[in-house]
Design a protein around this ligand. Structure first.
Ligand code: IMP
Ligand code: ZN
Length: 347
């Protein structure tokens, strides 16, 4: 009953922590760059396959600038946003993902006449047309991210956008961005408003020591998130509080290992080993598959390899993740039935 690559690929999977721009593959970035370069041979931006060569070692210092200094320059006009979003969805679907909560930070591009509102409605329209095609087995919803660098009024704007676009597929809000940026307590009123309005709340939590002070973690838990992401530098009493509150955890093995976010512990030393038995929902997730190049099926395979998971363990993991999604009750039921009836559990 080995959980091998073929099993992990066939397994219907739930992805709950994926940043849209970080999920764009190098190949897709290259295709966008090619179109732009053909239209304008004087384009100064280098080929993404040269600027971010596959296999290049990225650390926490070079990771965040990758977006601001390169990827956003390439993907800020409407055709590129539409093209890359479509590709991200088809990449997840090809990997056997059946439910996706994609997250993105609303981003205005004045040079292209794009407001944050237009950015969100453009991404949502791609998600909706994907979902409307009965040939597609993947259903996608959207979470809007608040970046740690934002001001409180900007955070409120994001909550407003989430509420405005909720009927069209937004299911929650997220706190993301460089963990070295401090001062998250100011966002409390925005997240409180989102919570009161019934939006799902997910927060990047203790992903670096700088963002893992007692003060910050207790503040974040006061916002009553439905899920938290990474959850690396967490001491026992905070773990107890997370379990007591029943918060789901989104764990990203390859991202953490490649960026050495939990030191040199490798896969065996990953905190998945602790959380899988903690009694809360655990959603294995990719974070930024375009950067780390480890699709969700590979994350399941790696977890199985390093933590000796049986098919039954994987089943419990998947069924636990279902209960933490921000999607509708109907969506949850679709996933429950899918796992109940899946023919891959035996044999
Ligand atoms: P976007 O929100 O679709 O533009 O996706 C890229 C953005 O996601 C980056 O600029 C970061 O702010 C955020 N992001 C991606 N990965 C991480 C992570 O591991 N921690 C915190 N923020 C992240
Ligand atoms: Zn993330």
């Amino acid at each position: 009953m080995a959980v091998d690559a073929a099993f992990a690929q066939r397994l219907p999977k739930i992805e709950l922590h994926a940043h849209l721009t970080g999920s764009i593959s190098r190949g897709t970035l290259h295709d966008i760059w090619r179109i732009k370069k053909d239209e304008d041979p004087s384009l100064a931006l280098p080929d993404p396959l040269v600027a971010i060569p596959p296999g290049v070692v990225i650390d926490l210092n070079t990771f965040f600038p990758l977006f601001s200094s390169y990827i956003y320059q390439l993907c800020s006009d409407l055709p590129s946003i539409e093209f890359s979003t479509k590709r991200v969805l088809s990449d997840f679907q090809a990997d056997g993902v059946v439910y996706l909560e994609l997250r993105t930070t609303p981003r205005a591009s004045p040079a292209h006449n794009i407001s944050k509102d237009l950015y969100v409605s453009t991404v949502l329209s791609i998600l909706r047309s994907h979902n409307a095609d009965p040939a597609n087995t993947l259903h996608a919803t959207l979470i809007l991210s608040i970046d740690r660098r934002n001001s409180l009024p900007e955070a409120h704007d994001t909550v407003d956008l989430a509420l405005k676009h909720r009927p069209f597929g937004v299911v929650g809000v997220d706190l993301c961005g460089d963990p070295a940026v401090s001062g998250i307590a100011k966002f409390a009123p925005a997240f409180q408003r989102a919570k009161e309005a019934g939006l799902g709340i997910t927060l990047h939590f203790a992903e670096a020591t700088a963002s893992a002070t007692d003060e910050e973690l207790r503040e974040l838990l006061r916002w009553q998130p439905g899920r938290i992401g990474h959850v690396i530098h967490v001491k026992e009493e905070i773990k107890d509080e997370i379990v007591k509150q029943g918060v789901g955890v989104e764990l990203c093995l390859s991202c953490n290992v490649q960026l050495k976010m939990h030191g040199d512990g490798g896969y065996e030393g990953h905190h998945f080993g602790w959380w899988r038995g903690a009694g809360v929902g655990v959603a294995l997730s990719t974070d930024d598959v375009g950067v780390f190049e480890s699709p969700l099926s590979e994350e399941y395979r790696l977890a199985a390899e390093h933590f000796e998971l049986t098919k039954d363990d994987v089943r419990k993991l998947c069924e636990g993740a279902v209960e933490t999604i921000f999607g509708s009750e109907a969506e949850k039921e679709r996933l429950r039935v899918m796992y109940r009836e899946w023919d891959g559990w035996t044999g």
